[in-house]
Design a protein. Structure first.
Length: 126
């Protein structure tokens, strides 16, 4: 059983979801918008909905997290039977993707890359 931390704002309207996403992109605080607008009880906890088993999440959320490329600070809006979610990726996206994809064979690759970069910096400081 693989669990991931879930931070989200649940909204009941696609128009409200788009407005909230615009506010986030303009610099509004995720925690404040979650407290003010989220239809989920997690809004009172800065949008943190706890740790969830991946198998228990709606398929649309799983797909959105799997295809997230890191080019935005937010995922969504993602439509599920519960409403429209704006998800804030928790932790490093590589760690999240490994958990979702259940890719155990690549767990050490980021550490190796980090080690190589550290070696280069020590040899060629800029």
């Amino acid at each position: 059983m693989t669990t991931i931390p879930l931070h989200h704002i649940l909204l009941k309207s696609p128009l409200l979801a788009e407005d909230i996403l615009k506010e986030l992109n303009l610099g509004a605080r995720f925690e404040d918008l979650a407290a003010e607008h989220s239809a989920c009880p997690s809004g009172t906890n800065k949008g943190f909905a706890g740790h969830h088993d991946i198998d228990e999440l709606p398929e649309a959320m799983i797909q959105a997290m799997q295809t997230y490329d890191g080019s935005s600070a937010w995922i969504g809006p993602v439509q599920t039977p519960y409403g429209y979610h704006i998800i804030r990726p928790a932790g490093q996206i590589g760690e999240l993707r490994e958990k979702i994809d259940d890719v155990g064979s690549h767990e050490h690759q980021p550490a190796e890359k980090l080690s190589e970069e550290s070696d280069e910096t020590a040899v060629n400081p800029e």
